[in-house]
Design a protein around this ligand. Structure first.
Ligand code: HEM
Length: 490
């Protein structure tokens, strides 16, 4: 009833984008097995590519076509560059240093400038090349040991997760956080994982204002508990670094050094960061970077094992270009178009953030003749856009070849039919890192090992269902056996 009343009141201000009534929405969500990207795509087929949903007290506009996405990012980028803050993200720990949850404005601009000019910039990424190689070598070693000479199956995603966590730890604070000898690292890893788990759960308090203070599922309480624990540990790393600096210890500059040496950018924002802000900045790089990378790599492996001809093609390219006894290096990536196409095709079918990170209208605006009220949540269904039959031939087929055509599109935010990293001002700032890490990791495991599905599962029987959490994951983790290639050819 409340939703109906609110709907009527808002409609008085102007014509809102069309959408289903609340009971149609509930039925649809139930029918789609709580996969909101699927159920919203089905609803969009009926109500159109710009659609209003009344999710309790949260008015939401869902965008489901490349044309409407173009309109949003080209003509309404600033006004729609706010962030919808979910209950799990609210706590006594203020998000003043958060790039992801800051509203568009001076604070956000300062944080964004800092990370694009000091963290994701090519010169620093080039200087940190050795760190990426080290983390991937370590992952290969862990896989080889766990695979037990091609006899034991491994949870493939778990190894990708450990690798990306360690890599980000090295880039930020020069530490191997998942080193088996580091108890603190293991604890940080545990709490960060828990934050991602709880923050990814559907929370009824997000949809009904009245339930906010009650936190009926305890999601805010649990998320914030683990955030606090992780921050305590990060605080310890920070104190150690201050001591190192005082003792004049020599080291390669990492992002923590950048944050500690920050003295204002002369444009806007504070003249130095508090330790609270530094903890937030560090912590959110883990949450933003690990799950997204892991799920993309796990889906890529699953699609390849599900499509053996494609697997053979990518391995043939790798083994033709790089001698099997050498290892894949970053400078080889330009010579591997098929490998790069496999990554793109994976991101088209399985964008880890199917709705991007939810945007919010900072003020009312009119888009394509429709009134968008202030504080509306905006979801861009990039999952549906990537599978739109009007754009893509055989949209559900895994066909990396489509990305080999001359002048084929890329994911840098200008081709609205393929925007897994978003577009416009809030687009992912980590593309320069991800575009190296993803093909390098996938290429390394395909070059080094041949892969066999666990328990004799046939390629056509591999379960390819999805599960929505913080990212869109494989519902059943991929299990496969790594068999050393070089041993096979001796
Ligand atoms: C497969 C890899 C990745 C994908 C597909 C991806 C995708 C995205 C998407 C869709 C957004 C939101 C864009 C929007 O709201 O319009 C985003 C934001 C962000 N990503 Fe990524 N990401 C990836 C890897 C990473 C990594 C490795 C890091 C850091 C180490 C990272 C850091 C961030 C940050 C800090 C933001 C917030 C930007 C802002 O709000 O201004 N991402 N990413």
């Amino acid at each position: 009833i409340l939703t109906e009343r609110r709907q009527r009141r808002l409609e008085e201000y102007g014509r809102l984008p069309p959408g289903p009534r609340w009971w149609q929405l509930v039925t649809n969500i139930f029918q789609s097995g709580f996969a909101p990207h699927v159920s919203f795509a089905k609803l969009a087929n009926k109500h159109g590519p710009i659609m209003t949903l009344w999710l309790g007290s949260m008015t939401t506009v869902v965008i489901s076509s490349n044309e409407v996405a173009r309109e949003m990012f080209k003509n309404h980028d600033i006004v729609l560059a706010g962030r919808k803050i979910y209950e799990s993200m609210k706590g006594d720990i203020v998000n003043e240093g958060s790039l992801i949850t800051n509203q568009y404005g001076p604070q956000w601009r300062m944080l964004r400038r800092l990370c694009t000019t000091e963290f994701f910039i090519t010169s620093r990424l080039d200087a940190m090349r050795g760190v990426r190689t080290k983390c991937i070598d370590q992952m290969i070693k862990f896989m080889e040991d766990a695979g037990n000479s091609g006899t034991t199956s491994i949870d493939v995603g778990r190894f990708f997760f450990l690798m990306s966590f360690n890599l980000i730890g090295n880039l930020l604070i020069s530490k191997d956080l998942v080193d088996p000898t580091s108890d603190r690292g293991a604890k940080f890893f545990y709490h960060a994982g828990k934050v991602m788990e709880f923050a990814g759960k559907p929370n009824i308090a997000d949809y009904f204002t009245i339930l906010r203070c009650l936190d009926p599922q305890g999601i805010r309480r649990k998320t914030q508990f683990h955030v606090r624990r992780a921050f305590d540990i990060a605080g310890g790393y920070l104190r150690e670094r201050m001591d190192d600096i005082e003792n004049g210890e020599e080291r390669k500059k990492d992002y923590l050094d950048v944050l500690l040496q920050y003295r204002g950018d002369g444009v806007e924002g504070p003249s130095r960061f508090s330790s609270q802000t530094i903890n937030t900045i560090l912590f959110e790089m883990f949450t933003a970077g690990t799950d997204t990378t892991t799920s993309t790599l796990e889906w890529a492996m699953a699609e390849l094992l599900h499509n053996p001809t494609t697997l053979q093609k990518v391995q043939a390219e790798l083994r033709r270009v790089i001698n099997p006894s050498n290892k894949l290096e970053e400078e080889d990536l330009d010579k591997l178009p098929y490998l790069n196409a496999v990554i793109k095709e994976t991101l088209r079918l399985h964008p880890p953030l199917p709705f991007l990170v939810p945007h919010m209208a900072m003020d009312f605006c009119t888009m394509l003749g429709y009134h968008i009220p202030k504080e509306t949540q905006i979801l861009v269904n990039v999952w549906a856009i990537g599978r739109d039959p009007k754009t893509w031939k055989d949209p559900l087929k895994f066909k990396p070849e489509r990305f080999l055509e001359p002048n084929m599109i890329d994911y840098k935010g200008h081709h609205f039919e393929f925007i897994p990293f978003g577009s416009g001002r809030r687009m992912c700032p980590a593309i320069p890192l991800a575009s190296r890490m993803l093909p390098l990791t996938l290429g390394s495991v395909l070059h080094k090992f041949d892969w066999v599905l666990a328990n004799g599962v046939k390629q056509e029987d591999l379960d390819m269902n999805e599960r929505m959490g913080m990212t869109l994951k494989k519902a059943i983790p991929l299990k496969a056996i790594p068999c050393l290639y070089i041993k096979n050819i001796v």
